[in-house]
Design a protein around this ligand. Sequence first.
Ligand SMILES: [Zn+2]
Length: 291
Amino acid sequence: MSIIDIHIHLSDIESFRRTAIDLSSVDYTAAGLKAEFDKNGVVLGIGMGVTEQTKGAFPDSSSPNPMGLDLEPSVPPFLMECVGINPNRLTGEHALEELDKIEARLQAPEVAGIKLYAGYYHHFVYDKIYGPIYELAERYRVPVVIHTGDTYSMNGLLKYSHPLTVDELALQQRGVNFMICHLGDPWVMDAAEVVAKNPNVYADLSGLVVGDAAHFERFMNEPLFMDHFRRALVYSDHYEKMLFGTDWPLAPIGLYAEFVRRLVPDRFHEAVFYRNAFDVFPRIKQRIAVL
Ligand SMILES: [Zn+2]
């Protein structure tokens, strides 16, 4: 079965480098990612753009827009990019210039969407600071991908990353499709309801386990842990809006795929691991065609 991994990272972020070494034991390079993709039948990945100006600064309030995949000189052919947004530079002296740069980047064929780091940046997603971003998303017909749930940094603020905040946004912006990351974990029931209620909200199943084989073994064999996610998936009953992603380098691709296979009933595997991605990211079609 062909797989699309709609949530990976390939940016020079110190905490990702450390996680790859200390926790997940992956080779955090484009070559390392390609080797894992090939081994597991992953034909395309979508990288979430993010940058830091000084080592360890993520979430960096000084990063210029748009934030991209800067670990390698360019986006590798087996990847697409969601351009990361730093809302702190959408006001004041840089604002117009930065919006122009975001708009120019959205016209690149390898760009699949826009990524917001809710919680990492301290603004609600329905705040007017993001208004111009949603206008661009609608005009260029790209989805807005939103971090929800726990933040991978103690400097995040959870009230901004709670999945319920996306409900208000989805109602305000019915012309834009949204994908909430990590099923809002640990607020997975709230995320499931936001997906079920709003026709323009999807969710990814990435980043739910971070670590190596021993760590996966321990958690996949803990029924309470697995049932925490299964309950939300069963309640939502919208497998056509759930997408496979890993959050690599936070976890090895093969182990993560096995974890999601165990959460999702067999009959929905083809949709979750491959087909649903085309509904959220329309530009995948052209990218796949030239691979
Ligand atoms: Zn991520």
